[in-house]
Design a protein around this ligand. Structure first.
Ligand SMILES: NC(=O)c1ccc[n+]([C@@H]2O[C@H](COP(=O)([O-])OP(=O)(O)OC[C@H]3O[C@@H](n4cnc5c(N)ncnc54)[C@H](OP(=O)(O)O)[C@@H]3O)[C@@H](O)[C@H]2O)c1
Length: 262
């Protein structure tokens, strides 16, 4: 397949009100796509939709949705049916996290993180499949994390959710392939967004503390390249990539490093 075009493509992005999702919408807009922006915060979504039209989007609409709510997801998919009747790109990007020891955490925290980061992505993909099958060069983009490759202490719920997303992505890729639907897994490392201000609970810090990451704009640029070049997985952050490689080659060394922070 040649380079995937973004012009005139119909694209749904979850978690578009902030961070990587917002930066991705801005990066895509000059290519002239139709964008449906989903998240819970109406104001930021509407402001973004106006900005995207100025940047060149063929259309941009805000849709307020809590991706963990099945009715809300149903309404979002209904909107795709009403607007376009098909879908070219689904970007499962909405995500949350919590910091702290598993033993001090709660079932509620674990379930909430799994609902947003894993179940919502899986169920939205299931619901949009009939539209993706009718799309042009359709693709599902799942925003995972390097923490879907290696677990770290004080972030167990998040790691579990991103491992689940990666395993599920790998499992359904050949199934989607039968329908000519591609799947790109994005595995960013630390990215400078408000993600860490949006933690649903916070007790303690990650092993690497508050390392500075790369910008969401850089992650967005790499996602767009990944979409255009039909990539299967990308690691936008070289430090994150190095961490994953080190863990693959010397898992015992990373285990020992992590033990210091347990
Ligand atoms: N920042 C990092 O260091 C980093 C590293 C690796 C991977 N990631 C992944 O990148 C993705 C985006 O994160 P970010 O860094 O851009 O964080 P962010 O700025 O906090 O953005 C998260 C987005 O998810 C949306 N969201 C959260 N819960 C939602 C819900 N129940 N329903 C609908 N939307 C919801 C938020 O919108 P509302 O609050 O308006 O609903 C927001 O738009 C996440 O999947 C995250 O796991 C981030």
């Amino acid at each position: 397949m040649g380079r995937r075009s973004i012009t005139d493509r119909r694209i749904l992005i979850t978690g578009a009100s902030s961070g990587i999702g917002r930066a991705l919408a801005r990066e895509l807009a000059p290519h002239g796509p139709h964008l449906l922006l989903a998240a819970r915060s109406q104001g930021p979504l509407e402001e973004l939709a106006d900005e995207l039209l100025k940047l060149g989007a063929a259309s941009a609409r805000a849709f307020v949705v809590d991706v963990t709510d099945p009715q809300s997801r149903g309404a979002l998919v209904g909107q795709i049916g009403d607007l376009w009747g098909s879908l070219d790109l689904l970007v499962n990007n909405a995500g949350i996290s919590a910091h702290g020891r598993f033993t001090n955490s709660t079932e509620q925290t674990l379930r909430q993180i799994m609902e947003v980061n894993f179940f919502a992505a899986a169920e939205l993909t299931r619901l949009t499949l009939p539209f993706l099958r009718r799309g042009q060069d359709p693709m599902v983009v799942n925003v995972g994390s390097i923490l879907g490759h290696r677990g770290i202490p004080h972030n167990s719920e998040y790691c579990a959710s991103k491992f689940a997303l990666r395993g599920w992505s790998e499992a359904i890729r050949p199934e989607l392939d039968r329908d000519d639907i591609a799947l790109l897994l994005v595995s960013p490392g630390t990215t400078e967004t408000k993600f860490f201000e949006h933690l649903i609970s916070q007790e303690g810090q990650l092993p690497w503390g508050k390392t500075s990451g790369i910008s969401p704009e850089e992650v967005a640029r790499q996602i767009v390249r990944g979409i255009e070049h039909d990539r299967r997985e990308i690691f936008p952050n070289w430090r994150g990539r190095l961490f994953v490689i080190l863990n693959r080659i010397c898992p015992w060394l990373v285990d020992r490093l992590m033990q210091r922070y347990g």
